[in-house]
Ligand binder design. Structure first.
Ligand SMILES: Nc1ncnc2c1ncn2[C@@H]1O[C@H](COP(=O)(O)OP(=O)(O)O)[C@@H](O)[C@H]1O
Ligand SMILES: [Mg+2]
Length: 385
């Protein structure tokens, strides 16, 4: 929506978190004009971006004004309400991904309904408004079951594994009081969690990354191994094909992350995110084109870059805040001990359990890489003296 004669497009990202910060970093290399709509000047991306608009990154007035000042707008989270997205599109703002795609990343009930229509392998599930819905479902699926808030959850906030009707009652009552729509899913007996990233441009070009293994604890991603070790070829291809089909069917532009469960004989869709994703941070060093550059290429309708890997394995470990806020002081030891470890720090205030950075290491032996990445992350976190 900016003046026509600009040669370098203006890309705006709604949300000032670490995903924006790392997209900005990729935007520098591409030489695009990148700015963020951040809620606070101390947001991770606002600390480093040249172009920062401070405002409500979920509110109509600020998102609309931001869209008017940019050629294309994309997102580092899925929390902009649908009526805001609609108003921006109706006013001529270019959203990538668009509202029609984002709806499925914003609402797990809609996502599950759409996955069923597409025939994508999914856990058994149903929408829930009463305790009887949960107990009825559990009679067939067996306890425990997984209750989820359809909207607004992240990092495991909004996911409850409940073992009996008493536990379910607590969740259902709270959700009803707070008017949060719920769904129930069977608890999938998975061997591990996987994720796959695919980028899709408005032209319809797609580029798919190798399937990765993600290690989640308490609903938070702790580690990623790329590619997933010993994943049978047929499952890997199926996961990649599934991601491509979902991106096409939902008309996604930008990066789509599909979280999956690996079961004995299949892969099962857990969740979708339509933005760069924690499970793709490994690609900064580990792939020819990082997920952040790829996201920018895709939203700008540029040809996509190669998703090929740079090493047999890349391991990423998240750095979660510990008791020691002085993370930088700990660089000395980590960097001296293992010069191949790459440290990423998001500039956020350190709070226990908060994602404040990650480390990446590449090589041939994923077990060795995992040990080194864990060691670096735990030292930076302050768990070792
Ligand atoms: N149906 C399920 N069966 C077993 N585990 C599940 C199920 N759904 C979610 N989980 C666990 O909870 C985590 C968070 O659930 P998810 O739906 O991805 O929520 P979030 O939006 O918080 O990422 C998953 O990564 C997985 O470890
Ligand atoms: Mg998830």
């Amino acid at each position: 929506m900016s003046e026509r004669n600009r040669i370098v497009p203006r890309v705006g990202m709604v949300g000032g978190g670490q995903l924006s910060r790392m997209t900005h970093q990729a935007g520098i290399g591409l030489g695009v004009d990148f700015s963020v709509l951040a809620a606070s000047p101390t947001d991770s991306a606002a600390l480093v971006c040249g172009g920062v608009t401070l405002g409500d990154d979920r509110g109509l007035d600020d998102v609309l004004a931001f869209a008017k000042a940019h050629d294309v707008v994309t997102f580092d989270h899925e929390h902009v309400p649908e009526p805001v997205l609609r108003a921006v599109e109706e006013a001529g703002g270019l959203l990538r991904p668009g509202r029609d795609a984002l709806r499925f990343a914003q609402d797990k009930l809609r996502m599950r309904t759409r996955m069923a229509e597409l025939g994508a392998p999914s856990p058994r599930w149903r929408a829930v408004t009463t305790l009887e819905h949960v107990t009825g479902f559990a009679e067939g699926a067996g306890w425990p079951v997984v209750l989820k808030a359809a909207r607004g959850g992240y990092d495991g906030k909004g996911v409850w594994v409940v073992g009996d009707s008493g536990e379910a009652r607590g969740v259902v009552d709270r959700a009803a009081a707070e008017e949060v729509p719920l769904l129930v899913e069977e608890k999938v007996d998975f061997s591990r969690e996987l994720a796959v990233q695919v980028a899709r441009s408005p032209h319809g070009q797609v580029a798919v990354y190798p399937v990765v293994e993600t290690v989640q604890r308490g609903g938070i991603c702790h580690e990623v191994i790329a590619p997933a070790p010993d994943l049978p070829e047929d499952k890997a291809l199926r996961a990649q094909q599934l991601a491509i089909e979902i991106a096409q069917a939902l008309d996604v532009t930008g990066v789509l992350a599909v979280e999956l469960f690996e079961t004995d004989d299949d892969v099962v869709v857990n969740e979708l995110a339509m933005r760069p994703h924690n499970s793709g941070h490994w690609s900064i060093e580990g792939a020819r084109t990082s997920q952040f550059e790829q996201h920018l290429r895709a939203v700008l309708n540029l040809p996509l870059g190669s998703p090929r890997t740079n090493a047999p394995y890349t391991v990423m470990a998240n750095l979660l805040g510990g008791e020691d806020p002085e993370v930088y002081r700990r660089y000395l030891h980590v960097m001296a001990k293992d010069p191949e470890v790459k440290v990423h720090f998001y500039g956020k205030d350190v709070r226990p359990g908060r994602k404040i950075g990650h480390v990446t290491v590449m090589g041939d032996d994923y077990r060795d890489l995992l040990e080194r990445a864990r060691d670096a992350a735990s030292y930076l976190r302050g768990e070792q003296k």
